[in-house]
Design a binder for this molecule. Structure first.
Ligand SMILES: NC(=O)c1ccc[n+]([C@@H]2O[C@H](COP(=O)([O-])OP(=O)(O)OC[C@H]3O[C@@H](n4cnc5c(N)ncnc54)[C@H](O)[C@@H]3O)[C@@H](O)[C@H]2O)c1
Ligand SMILES: O=C(O)[C@H](O)COP(=O)(O)O
Length: 607
């Protein structure tokens, strides 16, 4: 039984709502099975031990210490850790031009929300920048698409400031309800306005938590402790997680129309941009109070001013703004019913030490090819799965390399079909890594780009390469993750005609035998060679003495033959000889092989 699927080229970054949360395990860390785990980072196919996950990255500066630019203030614990491993350049408040000038000398960049990491930054890095570390949660200040296109890993610190942000949300909620900021200013101005600052009670009121992730759920817990009725809206949060906190998940409309207080905790994405606008304010209960410790951009700030003026919104307490710092004359900031703080949600001593360590560990890990847990623009595979998949990862890349080298020059490759034959169901077999490695194998021999797990899909898309994946569900026990992988390139000519299968595509198939990748089929011919070094494929009329003839031509050239094998259709008919060689034979030697009378065609393939 085969289930075909065309692969989605877009390695969607976290925070860009996917169709289902489970399809993007690298988003929404609190609810992900990987939340507190470490992830394995890999460099150029070299495997390292790790406890949980895997990301391909080529970031190690062999020998030399990497340079890390810290562009926003970072806690000392993080800086100390970074110093042990890298040359640190702590330069704050850089202009765009200063940042772009420095970046070509840096292997990693660490920022908070104060620095925008734009496409220009990646472009001007000239390929040196391998990791961007965001010392915090929100990655809306990092151009993830550009990072991915440049093969640059983005990591964040998703957990260390959760409690600080939740506490700040509760602080704003209670301060707003009791006019603390306004009353404080009034007393300090020499006034004593007790009747002006009568507040509202929280107990028994309905709080709608918009975005039930890490911060939202902590706010919900605390609000319940204050005696509030808490409902939540989050299209991607599991209902059972909400139920466990005693919170009902409701629709957006229901949340905003029934709440006395609304607290915002979603990321800023194209989907959430200005989701609180004239239309949504018009559906709210008159006198609603709003807290925003998420991102300013989720509110249309002009619409909020109108809603405040009309009394639909009685009060707002805001830690974040569309533009930070907001303009001095901002009507919103100056509004008497608005309480503001300068993006202080994560600003506790504890949270800052925490994020600094969290991001420093992630960046150092990424640069070293070690453990990290927080990649936001790369898929990951659990380590236990990785250890099983490792030989198939090598096989996948080599099959891609072989297949593309079999294409005759001038044929444009557009369509590649990958078949995974396995007794495991799709839920038990994560093929993203294999697909990325096949893509790497397909692209690298014919281009100068370096393809890694971060940018594989992007590079495929750039080249107009459409890769479809098919699963062949085999009977039997799923002990092995895969029985074989097949790569087929359609609508092309081959420089080795025997590589064209009966159905007209270039076809190569491989299996893992004794932990080693083997090529087991070329076109319709069964072969069996270990995929090491390079290989010569020879189609010949099956007859005695061929191995000896080819062996002596290579021997004269001092080319070491690691193996030879012959697969034939029938005795005395056609056969394919596969010869493994450690060195590349000269053109003359290859021509001599081609001149052997029985040889009908041959090709030299580099692995
Ligand atoms: N003010 C601060 O200093 C501060 C500190 C920490 C976090 N934050 C911000 O708070 C927000 C939440 O952080 P977090 O750590 O809880 O992130 P999170 O990823 O754990 O949670 C975000 C939640 O929002 C949900 N969501 C996505 N789209 C949504 C939509 N359209 N409607 C409703 N929910 C949606 C997601 O499913 C997720 O559950 C982020 O914007 C983050 O940048 C601000
Ligand atoms: O997304 C976050 O983590 C918060 O907004 C904190 O941002 P900051 O690191 O700039 O304080």
């Amino acid at each position: 039984m085969a289930a075909a699927s065309s692969f989605n080229f877009n390695f969607a970054p976290n925070y860009h709502p996917p169709p289902s949360p489970s399809s993007l395990p690298w988003r929404n860390w609190s609810s992900s099975p990987f939340a507190s785990a470490h992830f394995l980072l890999r460099r150029r196919g070299e495997r390292r031990a790790g406890s949980k996950c895997f990301v391909v990255l080529a970031a190690m500066m062999d020998g030399a210490k990497p340079t890390v630019l810290v562009a926003d203030k970072l806690g000392e614990a993080g800086l100390d850790l970074l110093r042990k491993f890298a040359n640190l350049d702590c330069s704050y408040n850089l202009s765009v031009e200063e940042l772009c000038t420095k970046i070509s000398l840096c292997d990693a960049l660490i920022v908070r929300s104060g620095t925008r990491v734009t496409r220009e930054v990646f472009e001007r890095s000239g390929g040196r920048l391998k990791v961007v570390g965001r010392a915090g949660v929100g990655i809306d200040n990092v151009d993830l698409a550009a990072a991915t296109e440049h093969g640059c890993l983005v990591v964040n610190a998703p957990t260390a400031n959760t409690i600080a942000a939740a506490e700040h949300g509760i602080a704003l909620l209670t301060a707003m309800a009791r006019n603390i900021a306004q009353a404080n200013a009034s007393v300090k101005a020499g006034k004593w306005e007790r009747s002006k600052y009568i507040g509202v009670s929280l107990v028994g009121k309905t709080l709608a938590v918009m975005g039930f992730g890490k911060v939202g759920s902590e706010v919900a817990r605390r609000a319940k402790g204050l005696g509030m009725q808490v409902i939540a809206h989050d299209p991607y949060a599991p209902a059972d997680r909400a139920r466990a906190v005693g919170v009902e998940l409701v629709t957006f409309e229901e949340a905003i129309s029934t709440a006395d207080f609304i607290s915002l905790h979603m990321p800023l994405t194209p989907a959430t941009l200005k989701m609180f606008n004239d239309d949504s304010f018009s559906k709210m209960k008159k006198g609603v109070r709003i807290v925003n410790v998420a991102r300013g951009g989720v509110i249309d700030e002009d619409a909020l001013v109108r809603a405040l003026d009309s009394g639909i919104v009685a009060q707002a307490a805001l830690d974040v703004f569309t533009e930070e710092p907001p303009p001095k004359e901002s009507r919103l900031v100056l509004h008497e019913n608005v309480t503001v703080t300068p993006h202080l949600g994560a600003s506790t001593t504890e949270a800052q030490e925490g994020v600094a360590l969290e991001v420093a560990e992630a960046v150092v890990g990424a640069l070293r090819g070690d453990l990290s847990s927080t990649a936001v623009n790369a898929p990951m595979v659990p380590a236990e799965v990785l250890s099983e998949l490792a030989p198939f990862v090598t096989l996948a890349e080599k099959l891609g390399r072989l297949a593309v080298q079999l294409v005759a020059g001038g044929s444009g490759i557009q369509s590649v079909k990958v078949t995974y034959a396995s007794a495991r169901g799709p839920d038990d077999l994560d093929t993203r890594l294999l697909r990325a490695m096949i893509t790497k194998g397909l692209i690298e021999p014919i281009s100068s780009v370096f393809v890694n797990l971060v940018n594989a899909d992007f590079n495929a898309k750039q080249r107009g390469l459409r890769i479809t994946e098919e699963r062949l569900l085999l009977d039997g026990s799923p002990g092995n993750p895969l029985e074989f992988i097949q790569v087929q390139i359609a609508n092309v000519e081959s420089k080795f005609a025997a590589a064209i299968s009966d159905s007209g595509e270039i076809k190569v198939e491989g299996r893992v035998k004794g932990g080693k990748p083997h090529l087991t089929k070329v076109g319709s011919f069964g072969v069996d060679v270990s995929l090491e070094g390079s290989i010569i494929l020879c189609r010949q009329v099956d007859q005695p003495g061929m191995i000896g003839k080819v062996g002596s031509i290579l021997g004269e050239e001092n080319v070491n033959v690691s193996f030879m094998s012959v697969g034939r259709t029938a005795p005395q008919k056609q056969a394919i000889m596969t010869i493994g060689v450690d060195e590349q034979p000269s053109k003359e030697a290859l021509n001599k092989i081609g001149a052997i009378t029985a040889v009908e065609e041959f090709v030299f393939l580099k692995l």
